[in-house]
Design a protein around this ligand. Structure first.
Ligand code: HEC
Ligand code: HEC
Ligand code: HEC
Ligand code: HEC
Length: 361
């Protein structure tokens, strides 16, 4: 954990030290230093991006009825364990004390990223750690629909257009499917970047995980067991991992730009987030150089570059984040990874996967 805390001076150098050499048609302006004029406003708590809406979560037990293997796998992840372990840890109590929080499991701030909450007859109950619905969307409105074959007795009896309609409606009702890579990644980064100034600066909470989408999704979290009937817990395909890498970087940039936009003080949080944005942008630049035929990558680098990683720049940073997001969504919809082999050397391999994937057999 301590590796996440950098001293201010070294962070400033790391984040803004070297200007990348100009390539492609990308206009290169060196990242502007964070301006040292903190706004004198109260700190506020920003809601995270994930879609764990209180009233609509049904809880992992409801999924386990059919998704037995996925549930077994999930129970071996930090996402499951955090429920019991985090509130008891010394670090948690320390963060709670600094923020004036007495009951960690009941505090909306901690709930947002560490727990799944359900609304049981008007009372909020915390039922699990980070669970199925933290990533796939709160399910009350789509759980039945997605699993029933449009009123037909089985999948074979359902026509292709009925199935397409069923998925379309499930998504409209809040389901996040695996083909919506941008949507899935937004949830991961919404928690893992920890875009909350007070939590980091006042609470002393880690300012984000060293998160990267391929390596963090293909280790302990991996549960590709449904569509092959549990025969194996399949590694995402090479093509898919290429796209994951690029989509992950894009979402990281978007999330970090928004995180800087709401920063008010030239302190740990703002510096860490600026460092993060800068690093993601440089990694994207590297990918863009290797893939000159994919114009979206250059646009993302350019839009992020022009924003100016400084305080009191909310409008510009949010607008840049919007542009990056729009291009990223197009990227995720337009390519299947087939033409992206040139970035293979950049994609983290098995030795970098976070935690052992479970075989679930
Ligand atoms: C009654 C059984 C049942 C329950 C309960 C159930 N599912 Fe499913 N789930 C299915 C079936 C069947 C499919 C595959 C449908 C198909 O092949 O068209 C599926 C597919 C999925 C997929 C894959 C979607 C994709 O991208 O293709 C996800 C994710 C998923 N379910 C999540 C959940 C979650 C989360 C819950 C609990 C909130 C849940 N399911 C509860 C039966 C169920
Ligand atoms: C924006 C999302 C977010 C919020 C809000 C949040 N956390 Fe975290 N927390 C994380 C992430 C992500 C990690 C993992 C960091 C890493 O990779 O090491 C983490 C790690 C921790 C850890 C260290 C791991 C452990 O289990 O001991 C503690 C303690 C912790 N959080 C406590 C809290 C407390 C207390 C609150 C409420 C005041 C809170 N967190 C709110 C995202 C969040
Ligand atoms: C940390 C976020 C996260 C959690 C928690 C999570 N999922 Fe997933 N799920 C994903 C991602 C990401 C994918 C796509 C992975 C890939 O392409 O490699 C996925 C894929 C799936 C699939 C399709 C698998 C296949 O065979 O292609 C199903 C079904 C599913 N999840 C159900 C569940 C259920 C049920 C739970 C709870 C027991 C759950 N998920 C918990 C993120 C999550
Ligand atoms: C609702 C917030 C949230 C979402 C969404 C989320 N995570 Fe996490 N994740 C956490 C927190 C908090 C921890 C740390 C828990 C702890 O250590 O107590 C964590 C831990 C992890 C770990 C374990 C790290 C370690 O050091 O062992 C992995 C791997 C991981 N997450 C991957 C993912 C992936 C991949 C996604 C998206 C597909 C994702 N997470 C989505 C909050 C989230």
């Amino acid at each position: 954990m301590s590796a996440l805390f950098y001293s201010t001076s070294s962070m400033t150098r790391n984040a803004f030290g070297a200007c990348p050499s100009p390539v492609l048609s990308i206009r290169m302006i060196c990242a502007v230093l964070l301006v040292l004029i903190p706004l004198v406003v109260g700190l506020f708590v920003k809601d995270t991006a994930h879609s764990n809406e209180t009233a609509k979560a049904v809880g992992a037990n409801a999924c386990a009825e059919c998704h037995t293997k996925e549930t077994t796998i999930w129970k071996n992840t930090r996402h499951h364990q955090t429920f019991r372990e985090m509130p008891r840890s010394k670090k948690a109590r320390e963060i709670g004390r600094k923020l004036g929080i007495k009951r960690i499991k009941a505090d909306p701030l901690c709930l947002g990223c560490h727990f799944t909450k359900r609304d049981k007859r008007g009372a909020i109950r915390v039922t699990a750690g980070i669970s199925c619905e933290s990533c796939h969307g709160a399910a009350q409105n789509w759980i039945k629909l997605h699993s029933e074959f449009s009123g037909k007795p089985n999948k074979k009896a359902e026509t292709a257009s009925e199935a397409a309609q069923r998925w379309k409606q499930s998504v409209a009702l809040g389901m996040i499917r695996k083909d919506d890579m941008y949507g899935v990644a937004k949830n991961c980064y919404g928690c893992h970047v920890v875009p909350n100034e007070e939590l980091v600066n006042v609470g002393g909470h880690p300012a984000g995980s060293p998160f990267e989408l391929v390596s963090w999704s293909q280790g302990q979290v991996r549960h590709n067991v449904w569509y092959n009937n549990g025969k194996q817990n399949a590694l995402a395909s090479t093509k898919r991992r290429r796209l994951m890498y690029l989509v992950g970087l894009t979402v990281e940039l978007e999330t970090a730009l928004r995180a800087i936009a709401v920063a008010t003080k030239f302190k740990g949080y703002a510096i860490r987030m600026a460092h993060r944005a800068d690093k993601a942008r440089k990694a994207m630049l590297d990918a863009a150089k290797r893939l000159p035929d994919i114009p979206e990558l250059g646009s993302i680098v350019e839009d992020a570059h022009e924003a100016g990683l400084k305080l009191n720049n909310k409008k510009v940073l949010m607008a840049a984040a919007d542009k990056v997001a729009a291009t990223g969504k197009a990227l995720s919809a337009r390519y299947d990874g087939g033409k992206l082999a040139a970035i293979d050397p950049l994609i983290p391999g098995k030795s970098k996967y976070v935690g052992e994937p479970s075989d679930s057999n």
